[in-house]
Structure formats: C-alpha cells, structure tokens
Design a protein around this ligand. Structure first.
Ligand SMILES: C[S@@+](CC[C@H](N)C(=O)[O-])C[C@H]1O[C@@H](n2cnc3c(N)ncnc32)[C@H](O)[C@@H]1O
Ligand SMILES: [Zn+2]
Length: 292
C-alpha cells in the first residue's frame, strides 16, 4: 500500500532525496536528507519546506481560511469535488497511485479525491502544497494521510520528475512547467476555473471581484507549451444560502482581502433568505505533451 511518505521528495536545499524520520503513528516527526538538511513537522502535522522567501503574495488570513473551511464543509460544492475526483481516479496507477493537489487550501478537494479513490479500491499517496500555513493547518487535519507542505508553486517543487498520476489545481496559481515535470507520462492535470456569471448575484451585493476578460485564452496559452487539452466539462450548481453562508462564501475569496466579514455581512443584510445564486465552474483536463 503506497504511503504519502513514499513519494520521492527532494530536499529544497540540495535536491537529494528527502526521507521521513522519527515519529510514530501520526506521521513522521521530520523530513531529512543525507546532507542533514532537516525539516520538523509542525505541531499540526504539516511541513514548511520554504527556505528562502516565497513569491510576494498576500496570504488568506486565518479568518478567511476558517470561512472557506466552514463553507466547503457544508457541502454546497460537492458536485464540483465529485467532478474533480471523477477526472482523477481513472488515471491512478494501479498499486502505486499518487496525487498532488497544488494550492490545496484547506484540503477540501483532495479529501474527496482520496475518499473516491479509496471507495474504488485505490490506495493513493498524496501531497498537498500551499503557501499559506493557516490553510495547511486545516489541510493537515482533514487529510492526515497526505503530506501537506508549505511551498511556493512558483519555485521548483520538492518532488522528483514523473512521480504523480494527477495534479489538481482548484482556483489556485498554475505553474505549467512544474506540473508537467512531476506528472508521469500517462498522468493528467485537472484544472478548475470559474466561468463568467459565477456567483454574480452575491458579487453584485458584496463587491466580490468579477472574472477577468480573456482568462480562458490566457490559460490556454500558458498550458500550450507543456500540455495538450483533453476535455472540458462545466459544473453548474444552484445555490440556496443563508446570509451567513453567503457572507462566508464572499469572504473566503478575494473580497476577504478588502472587506471584513462584518462589512460583507452588513451588505447582505437586506438580501432575501435563502439567497439564490449560481456557481459556474469549468473542469479542464490536460495530458502532458511528453505522453506522446
Ligand atoms: C482560492 S484558494 C483555493 C484553495 C483550494 N484549492 C480550494 O479550492 O479550496 C487559492 C489557494 O492558493 C494558494 N496560493 C496562492 N499563491 C500561492 C503560491 N505562490 N504558492 C502556493 N500556494 C499559493 C493560497 O494560499 C490559497 O490557499
Ligand atoms: Zn539537502
């Protein structure tokens, strides 16, 4: 049975193999290489492998992460999580399946992937990476069987070439070159993006940012050097939310960087309850060009 600690990790300092050491039951106490670079597990179980500075980035606050965790835990986006899992599970290698969730956040989508894979008889090694330690605290609790690493997706991943069957990227930054490098030749990249009209009713009330024009074209151009597009499916979810749920939903996104939760809740006060909106997602599946 593959374990997440069997994933071929590479030391972020010297690129030698990084192996688990110490600890019992709940996962390794540290990761260390032959040159004695060593990374201790945080109390919550994740590892911070970032040695230098990450990309300048305004991290989600602890309160935004909690709003995301609460909202996603209510199951409103289950059809999307199921669609991601349905794209991932068929490409898992029998016996040693491995998945990377890049920009894993609270680990919500990886959880569904792992549960769906297990229900279909797959044992899967998994890694979640994110630059936010607040998010990883949550992810490490939700997905204790995965390796949860603080890492910057714009740096070379601490993972050997061709080591995973699937990379999932749900509303998170996309480093196409690194995704292609760590994917096995028969692997797949699964990308989720919002479509025009996504949450437009809540956006109109709360001042959430809309979707930039030309996003699809930019994604296609960024992927073209490393990936061949395989399939697209749209997932539309009609939401019926309490004002509190709508406030969490708005606050967990970019609006949370500009407005307090209380401010967003105040804007929603005169909205009807339940509040109706439409979540519009696109799930894109890509094949690495090296698959040829
Ligand atoms: C909109 S959230 C999505 C999280 C999760 N995939 C989900 O859908 O619930 C975007 C995530 O990308 C992470 N992120 C942003 N820039 C990053 C970077 N340079 N490296 C790693 N993670 C990054 C954020 O910390 C955040 O957790
Ligand atoms: Zn090292």
């Amino acid at each position: 049975m593959p374990s997440s600690t069997d994933l071929p990790l590479q030391c972020p300092v010297c690129s030698q193999a990084l192996s688990p050491a110490g600890g019992q039951g709940t996962g390794p106490a540290r990761l260390a290489c032959a040159s004695r670079h060593s990374f201790d597990a945080a109390r919550q179980g994740y590892f911070n492998l970032l040695v230098g500075k990450g990309t300048p980035f305004e991290p989600d606050t602890a309160a935004m992460v909690e709003a995301r965790f609460t909202f996603l835990g209510q199951g409103h986006y289950k059809p999307l999580a199921d669609a991601v899992a349905a794209a991932v599970v068929p490409c898992l290698s029998p016996g040693d399946g491995a998945v990377l969730d890049s920009g894993t956040g609270t680990g919500h989508y990886l959880r569904t992937v792992l549960d769906t894979a297990a229900a279909q008889g797959h044992d899967v090694a998994a890694m979640g990476i994110d630059i936010s330690k607040f998010a990883l605290r949550r992810a490490a609790r939700l997905n204790p069987e995965a390796l949860n690493l603080v890492w910057d997706v714009w740096q070379r991943f601490p993972l050997a070439d061709e080591s995973v069957d699937a990379v999932t990227v749900v509303f998170a930054p996309r480093n196409a070159a690194e995704f292609a490098r760590v994917l096995r030749p028969a692997g797949r990249l699964v990308v989720v993006t919002p479509r025009p009209g996504h949450l437009s009713a809540i956006a109109a009330v709360t001042g959430m940012l809309g979707i930039e024009e030309g996003k699809d074209e930019r994604l296609a151009a960024a992927m073209a050097q490393y990936f061949e597009h395989e399939s697209t499916s749209d997932v539309d979810i009609t939401l019926s939310l309490t004002r509190r749920e709508a406030a969490d939903l708005a606050f967990m996104g970019p609006a949370g960087h500009h407005h307090s939760h209380a401010d967003i809740a105040a804007r929603l006060e005169s909205s009807p309850e339940p509040l109706s909106d439409e979540a519009r997602f696109r799930v894109l599946v890509y094949r690495p060009l090296k698959a040829a």
